[in-house]
Write a protein of this length. Sequence first.
Length: 389
Amino acid sequence: MQPAFEVVVVGAGIAGAGVAADLSDSHRVLLLEQEERPGMHATGRSAALHLEIYGNPLIRALTQASRDFFEQGAGVQAFAGPRGCLHVASNEQLPALEAIAAEANVADVVEWIDARQARDLVPVLREDYVAAALSERFAYDLDVDAIHHHFLKRLRQQGGVIHSSARAMGCTYDGAQWTIVTPHATFTAKILVNAAGAWGDVVARNAGVMPIGLTPCRRSALIVDAPDGTSPAQWPAVIDIGGEFYFKPEAGKILMSPADETPSEPCDTHPEELDLAIAVDRVQKAADIPVRRIEHSWAGLRTFAIDRSPVVGFDPDHPAFFWLVGQGGYGVQTSPALSRLAGALLRGETMPADLAARHIDADDLAPARFRKSPPRQPLARVGTGLHAE
């Protein structure tokens, strides 16, 4: 039996690494990763964009609350670089563009531009397709690897422990602590944090906790050459307002995606040829980007709860089991805010003031919203909180 920990976090992607780093300044934390290294799945396959009008209003608020972290970086380490983003609409999509522009926490971060301005920014956009666009003021390229490693480094510097190739095969709770069995060692901890992404419901079942109905969805992407005679490095990303495609510059080439969301089992997923063909077809209807060959393609899993908002909080039926899952495709861009929020809830503290000021409510994130039984007070009520004796 290995030394006991106060908290074990299952899953070392961006969410697990973030909350583990947040907690490790005051508690003994163990971070477990089932793969040979952290970040092999959704985190390592992110499109690496910070987009503040992407997702539902709760996602937008969490993203906007994360902006300062990305802009400030860590010492000499930069986390974000300028990119810009156009959310484009055809004539038929103009009502949808207008509706999004009018939504809460959108108007302050976008500028409405006409078709000519959009084509000035991205010359390959087709004149007969784009009618108008919303230009985001705070859209960035994110260095996902640097952000993820910042969390992992902070965790280690504060005494936290990371074990890879350590799948949580069995988790049992005796009323006082968890016993977590991995292939090479067994650990004990007071609190189990489920940050397992697509495997979130699997971890819950292995711990004897009711799943919440997570749906992993495949998202595909590919890299192609930029059109001859173009220099795309300064172009903003381009996203269809109807969610049918996106493309953006990528190291002198073009990254494109059909924005697919095909339900999948938790797995090391791979792209389907049909999805790649759909991506090319959709992008080419909006932009003059010839595709002679696909240089590289990949797929990742975006995992959603039924209401497409993250699930953050103690399980209502198991007060020592904490959920941090369901970030969808927004896990990287919301990770600073969600890490601080989850850390506060685990400590039994109030919502961080800057998050509360953005009208982020813990009840809107709590797993209790999926259960018929009324939510319990978390650890403080049952005497097993991180600060409890």
